[in-house]
Design a protein around this ligand. Structure first.
Ligand SMILES: Cc1cc2nc3c(=O)[nH]c(=O)nc-3n(C[C@H](O)[C@H](O)[C@H](O)COP(=O)(O)O)c2cc1C
Length: 250
């Protein structure tokens, strides 16, 4: 059974950590189709990055998919390709796995110089469902816009590292501190950055200040970034009840 700790070979982690610092939410693309090689890479990566219970579906589209009713100007401009993020159900674990899988796709695409943007709000959901055909019982959780950027990365707005950690990470060992730095750079819906990292003697906890469906997706995204800081044998546990933190590594 594929699990988050089995998805990324240690040898791939340095390149994907580099992609973490290059990635940004690209909202303006060059309005051209992906080259055949890039389309093949997208299709291959959609299969490779998906955890059990998650499907990443490459789709051709246009910017009309990313405009909202009553808004004439699309929020994501020039986009001609995207990936639909679909889960088999609406459970919290499925959302965490969807966040992890989608973000792994984002980082792999960043590593081959494609622009991306997670979109769960500013798109036409009915139209996207018609295109993606999620299947009975399955849920479309959002889209990831993909293409050639027509804009550059601007300064990243982030909370200070200390505020996403329960103690001063300057006093943590290098591994957990590096994990906090990678989590801090993760994208999140409306840039809410809901994460809370805690270091205990025998485990590292990745939690959020609130537990709700939207936060679960952001936790999955942060989990993908956190995994890049891990090496050797470890296991990620997901909460079995609402009283437990979202997830922790042992
Ligand atoms: C789950 C998720 C949903 C998002 N939904 C939208 C969206 O609907 N529209 C949009 O323009 N940006 C969306 N974003 C992009 C965020 O606004 C962006 O990640 C955040 O502002 C941080 O900026 P950065 O990704 O450039 O670091 C989403 C991001 C995530 C992770």
């Amino acid at each position: 059974m594929l699990t988050p700790e089995a998805m990324i070979p240690d040898a791939r982690k340095e390149a994907l950590s580099e992609a973490v610092s290059q990635r940004f939410s690209c909202r303006k693309y060059q309005a051209r189709d992906l080259e055949p090689g890039d389309w093949s890479a997208l299709a291959y990566l959609c299969g490779k990055c998906a955890l059990p219970g998650v499907r990443l579906i490459p789709l051709r589209c246009n910017e009309g998919l990313f405009s909202l009713p009553l808004m004439r100007v699309p929020v994501i401009r020039g986009v001609m390709t995207c990936a639909a993020v679909v889960t088999e159900n609406d459970s919290r674990d499925a959302l965490i796995y969807a966040g992890f899988s989608g973000e792994l796709l984002v980082l792999e695409l960043t590593a081959i110089h494609l622009g991306t943007c997670w979109v769960t709000g500013t798109y036409r959901k009915n139209l996207a469902e018609e295109k993606a055909r999620p299947g009975t019982g399955c849920k479309l959780q959002g889209l990831i816009a993909v293409g050639y950027p027509d804009t550059k990365k601007s300064a990243r707005r982030r909370k200070p590292l200390r505020s996403i950690c329960t103690a001063d990470p300057a006093e943590w060992a290098e591994g957990p501190r590096h994990m906090a730095e990678l989590v801090m750079q993760a994208p999140s819906a409306m840039n809410l950055q809901p994460w809370q990292l805690a270091l205990e003697p025998d485990r590292l906890i990745l939690d959020a200040r609130e537990h709700n469906p939207r936060t679960a997706l952001d936790i999955g995204i942060a989990l993908c970034h956190a995994e890049l800081a891990c090496s050797g044998t470890h296991t990620w546990h997901l909460a079995k009840s609402g009283d437990e933190p979202y997830c922790w590594a042992e």
